[in-house]
Structure formats: C-alpha cells, structure tokens
Design a protein around this ligand. Structure first.
Ligand code: GSH
Length: 670
C-alpha cells in the first residue's frame, strides 16, 4: 500500500463521467514514463516482502477475541517513535542483531483492524540477506506489538473467524450498517476511514448496481443442516435499497453469504516484489512466475472459516475477487449488452490474463482467447512506440473504470507524475503485477509483484515462502526455465486451488519440461556464479541442440499433484525444490547459509507431500477437536477465542526462542 492521496473524492455518477479522462491521462503518463524508463539498465537486483496482520484484542476475563480498530492510533504511535528511526527497536534490547538494519515500515490496509509491514529497506542480492528475513519479520511483529495496548497483538491469520457475526467482535463496537458498505453484517467503521477506502467500496457497489455478493460453500459436517440456509441473513431489512438484494436471491443455499468489500479486502496475504535489472528481465519474470501463482496459493492455504462457519474452501482468493467485483449485469453476461462495452470474464481481483515477455518460447496458443482489450487504447500505445504485447497488457488493464477520482487531480495533466496511471493499475488486483518505475524516482527500476500467497501463522513459514519464491526467480533466470502454460489453464488452476485440501487432493496443470527448447537438461552443470545471486537472463551456456518441430501445446503440460510439482516426479517434471537445489549447487553458498536455507526448503517440501499441514488444515483440526464444537460447522466465540489465543501464543513463543515448536510444523502425517 503506497502513499494515500487526499482530496475530494467523486461519488460514482460523477466519477463515471470522468472515467475516460482519467484513462486517457493515465495512458499519456504511462507512455511518457515508458519512453523514459524502457532503456533503464543494470538496476540493482532487489526484492521485498509485505506481511499483513490482523490486530486482535484479547479479553481474557470474558474469553473473547475481538478485532481492534486501533489502526490509526497504532500507526501514529509507530511514526512518533523516535527510537524506530535510529536503528534500535525501542523495546527490550533483544534485537542486537538488528543494529545497522533499517527499522521496518508500517502501512495502513483496507481493514481498520489491519496493518502491513515491510522491511526498512529492500533485501539485496547477497545470500546473507536471506538469513535476515525471518528475524526481521519477528522484529516487525515485536515493534508493532510495542505500539499496541497490552491486550492487543498483531496476528497473521488471513481472516478473523467471526467477522460479520452478530457478536461484539470489534472494539470499539459499531453496529451495522452505513452508507458506504450498506452491509447488513458489518459497519462502515470496519474499513480504514481514509477517503480512498469507503469511496472504493461505495463506488464498486454503485457501479455494480447492487451490493457485492460472496457465497462461500459451507463445510457440511455431520450435524450441519442440509440444505444449509445461512441463519445470519436478515431478509426483513428496509434501510437501504440494497437490503432487497437478499430478497432477490443474493444468498444461496448451502453457502455462507457475505455482502461487503471488508469480507474480502479484510484478508491478509504475503506479497513479494522483485526489482529486475531491466524491463526485459521484469517481463520474463512476470510470465514465468505466473503459472506458479495457483500452486503457491494451494501450498499456503490458510482460510477455512468465514463469518463464524467452517467453509468448504481453503483459500481467500475468490472471496476477495467477489468482494471487489464492480462488473455490471451487462458485463457479467446477465443482461444483453446495451450501455456497457464488453462482457468481462473476470473480476478486477483475479488471476492474470496476459503474458508480456518477448520470449521466443511464448507461443500464441498460450494466450488467453477470452482477453478483453480496449483497442483504442492499444492503438494509442502502439502509435506511441510500445510493442504489441505490452500494449495489449495495459490495454487490457484499462478496460476497467477508475474507481476513486479526486476532482483536484483533473485540472492539469502532469506527465512527470503517474497518478492517473496508478489509479487504474492499483485497482487491477491480479495475481502478478508488472510495475513500471515510478516516474519521479530514478533509483527504482522495473518490478514484478507476486500476490497470490496467503499469510502464514508463523514468521518461520512467511520467511520460508518468501525465500522459496526468491530462489525460484534465481533458478528461472539462471537456467532460463520455461514454465509457460496456456493462460486458461492457470485460470483453472486458480479455481482448483480453492478446494478443501487441494494441496494434497487436487491436480494442477503444469509444464512437463521446464528446460523448454533451449536450455540444457541438467541445470546443475552450470558453472558457479559467485556468492551473490546471478541475474543473468541467458546463462544457458551450452549450445542448444537442434529443436524438433513444435508439437501440439496440449502435449507440453499435464495434470500433476503439488507434491510432483514441488518435489518432482520420476521421469517427469524435475520439481521446483530440486531446481532450486540445482541452482544453489551452481553458486558458492557457504555451509551455514545452505543449512539455514535447507530448513526453509524442507518446510515447502513437506507441506507439498503432506508431512506438514497447511494453516487451513491446522485450523480445521483445531476447530474439530475443540470440546465445544458441535460438528455443525459453527465456529463459536469460544472456539475463536481459543484459536486466536493459540495463534498468538505460538507466534510469541516462536519470537522468543527462535524455534518453530508447534503442532502445525511438527510433522504430523494426515
Ligand atoms: N490483502 C490483499 C490480499 O489478501 O490479496 C492484498 C492487498 C491489497 O490488494 N490491498 C488493496 C489495495 O488496493 C486495498 S483496497 N492495495 C494497493 C494496491 O494494490 O496497489
């Protein structure tokens, strides 16, 4: 979450009138910036992680866990803390090993109960930086905690189990409902009060013509009523016109029904951003990481509860997609096209639909046949000098309307800024994001953001997944790996990742041979690149064998389990971990570092083969074994308190002794 602009935000009918102007100005800014930055070379190879937290308040006397809405006070206190800016944590002196490390940055997020933290400066090229990630994440948690009330803690559950119930689950308490969200379950005060957020929520609802609609299949336990009719839905409200949504069939049988952006954007994730050495490398990383999005979503699955019920899905992704889905009935295909321009197959929060690299291995059969593109914008970009592929990418993002427009920004177009471009870019929440350098900062290069992962309960896990993705990018670049898959297969994989226990029980489309048609079969043959990561994009040193003619695209990939994708299958895909190991063998890594990295890779390996559980599985087991659980899918206040308490204790303990030490990671076989 970048800096939040201020101004007079337009309500939807006004914003709609200005949408074209913002799009046109956004494209002008993009072109000006692209011309300036397209030749940028040798940017430092940097990366950064973003960790999102829920702030919970525990009331031990009443045995209640609530969400604390103290985001603004906590952020203010963090900003005021002088010690934070001088290199010390300002707390208990346990952080001697952080001397010289810049203090972490904290940022607001959508929920007024959320915080986001990033390292004080991006991680660099050296392996030594990888060793700092976990302790830095723990440091962030402790710094945040030091600025909270004694009974408050930052926890890294993706969602709060009883968000939107009739309990007093927020502190301070506000009853539903308000003019922005018009939810029958949550008050407007649940969202960050900065004008961007209520405006986003209200304009999504207005553009759509009704409230957003989240129907998550309930997990049918032995005592769950069948059919399940969400007992929390009130069909008799008449405060807002939108209260009629449920009378018009918005709440589906056998589903948990939710009606507001907060149920989606109130979820926490783990995002990783990479700075590439130049635009070409950034475009390559964008393409090659894209098929990994659903795989990492299933591996990090941690979201089995919504609004007090166990659900039959394990991840947050589609729920956020629905929570910000501003498509009109015409765009959704529910009404004939009359006023709108297109049918649009996906929400603005969805898996990505474009490939952007000018890689000769990118076959046209991989592209999305359903891609919707604004042809006028594409022409403008091509006339401005941009290549077809990148122009297609941006002309696809620009089919959306800008949602938050400040009237002050419409007076003059400033080509040295990127605000109108960012307006569209930052509300296209796809699982990969390609980020041009900000126009006013020369020291930032082309970046790629990997956005699908769920936040993990412990920092050990969060560090493991961050480092795993970093090492995969190194292997991709060093061995020139080819993970290309037709985009519709990635879209399907994203759906597959939602199934309960998809990590073990589902199969995903994946490319069989990652060495494509150019790189050698044995990646480990490569020579050493020294003790820093190689960022060479063409290190396939062997002369390529003559290529046989290309076969049908369908023969290039097959359905695999996550275990096969991660750990490899005999005579088939070599496995992501073996590829990373090959990369590590090809560079000089000292023994200590290698051992450290091995513990992270081991977590991923065992998560994939089922030896270790996902967070979703651990939470399900926790609920199922709770003495008060009635096997009716209901996650009560009492269970929620015990769950939050367990999660809070585990992370606090992990922070103190640095050990993993808890059931989730202890290695129980299913
Ligand atoms: N928490 C989200 C997730 O679990 O995927 C990701 C964060 C996110 O997309 N936040 C929204 C946003 O607009 C808040 S409304 N972030 C800024 C951006 O994407 O540029």
């Amino acid at each position: 979450m970048g800096l939040l602009a201020l101004g007079t935000a337009l309500e939807w009918p006004e914003a709609k009138k200005k949408a074209d102007q913002v799009r046109q100005w956004g494209i002008e800014q993009l072109l000006a910036n692209w011309r300036r930055a397209k030749g940028k070379e040798r940017d430092a190879l940097l990366w950064g992680d973003e960790v999102e937290y829920l702030v919970v308040a525990l009331d031990d006397a009443a045995k209640k866990a609530r969400l604390s809405l103290a985001q603004a006070e906590i952020l203010k206190s963090l900003a005021r803390d002088e010690a934070l800016w001088t290199g010390g944590s300002g707390s208990d002196g346990e952080h001697g090993d952080h001397v010289g490390e810049k203090p972490p940055h904290f940022h607001p997020e959508f929920g007024r109960f959320m915080l986001e933290a990033t390292p004080g400066e991006p991680w660099g090229i050296g392996f030594k930086d990888l060793l700092k990630v976990e302790s830095n994440m723990k440091w962030r948690r402790e710094v945040a905690k030091a600025h909270m009330a004694p009974n408050e803690s930052p926890i890294t559950l993706t969602t709060f189990p009883r968000l939107g119930t009739k309990d007093d689950y927020i502190q301070p308490y506000y009853p539903p409902s308000g003019p922005a969200l018009r939810s029958q379950f949550v008050p407007d005060e649940i969202a960050n009060p900065h004008i961007r957020f209520p405006t986003l929520a209200a304009n999504i609802r207005s553009r759509r013509g009704r409230k957003v609609e989240l129907n998550v299949p309930v997990f049918k336990d032995q005592n769950t009523p069948s059919p399940f009719k969400d007992p929390t839905v009130n069909y008799d409200l008449h405060q807002w016109p939108e209260d009629a949504d449920v009378r018009n069939g918005a709440a589906k049988d056998d589903h948990v029904y939710m009606d507001a952006m907060a149920f989606g954007m109130g979820s926490c994730c783990l995002q990783i951003t990479f700075q590439a050495k130049n635009m070409t490398e950034g475009r390559k990383l964008y393409d090659q990481l894209s098929p990994l999005g659903p795989i990492l979503l299933a591996l990090t699955a941690a979201t089995p509860i919504y609004k007090g019920f166990l659900v039959d899905t394990d991840v947050r992704w589609n729920q956020i997609g629905a929570a910000v889905d501003d498509r009109t009935p015409e765009e959704l295909g529910e009404a004939p096209l009359k006023n709108d321009r297109w049918r649009i197959p996906k929400s603005r929060y969805a898996s990505n639909s474009t490939y952007i690299s000018q890689d000769p291995r990118l076959r046209k059969e991989y592209l999305d046949p359903d891609l919707v593109v604004d042809e006028d914008i594409k022409k403008k970009l091509i006339d401005g000098g941009m290549d077809d592929q990148l122009a297609t990418h941006f002309a696809h993002l620009f089919i959306r309307d800008p949602l938050v427009i400040f009237s002050e920004d419409l007076e003059e177009l400033d080509l040295h800024k990127g605000d109108h471009f960012e307006n569209l870019q930052s509300t296209n929440w796809q699982h990969m994001r390609f980020k041009p350098p900000p126009s006013d900062k020369d020291d930032i290069g082309w970046r790629v953001e990997f956005r699908s992962m769920e936040i993990q309960i412990t920092d050990f896990e969060n560090a493991a997944f961050s480092i795993f993705i970093v090492l995969i990018t190194r292997a991709i670049l060093s061995f020139d790996l080819n993970f290309y898959l037709p985009i519709p297969r990635t879209t399907e994989n994203m759906e597959t990742a939602h199934a309960r226990n998809a990590v073990l029980d589902s199969k995903f489309y994946f490319r069989k041979d990652p060495f494509g048609r150019r790189a050698p079969r044995h990646a480990a043959q490569h020579s050493s690149h020294g003790s820093t990561f190689s960022s060479t994009t063409s290190s396939a040193v062997n002369t390529p064998p003559p290529s046989p003619p290309l076969g049908p695209v369908e023969t290039e990939y097959e359905l695999m389990t996550i275990a096969e994708i991660v750990n490899g299958c005999p005579d088939g895909f070599p496995g992501l971990i073996p590829l990373v190991e090959s990369y590590l063998n090809s560079v000089n890594v000292d023994v200590e570092t290698r051992c450290f990295l091995a513990s992270y890779l081991d977590l991923i390996r065992k998560r994939a083969d089922g030896t270790l559980w996902t967070g979703a599985k651990w939470i399900r087991e926790f609920v199922a074994k709770h003495p008060s659980y009635k096997h009716d899918s209901v996650v009560s206040e009492e269970i929620t308190y015990d769950l939050v308490k367990a999660v809070e204790e585990v992370t606090a303990k992990e922070g103190k002794n640095g050990s993993i030490g808890w059931e989730l990671l202890r290695g129980r076989k299913n």
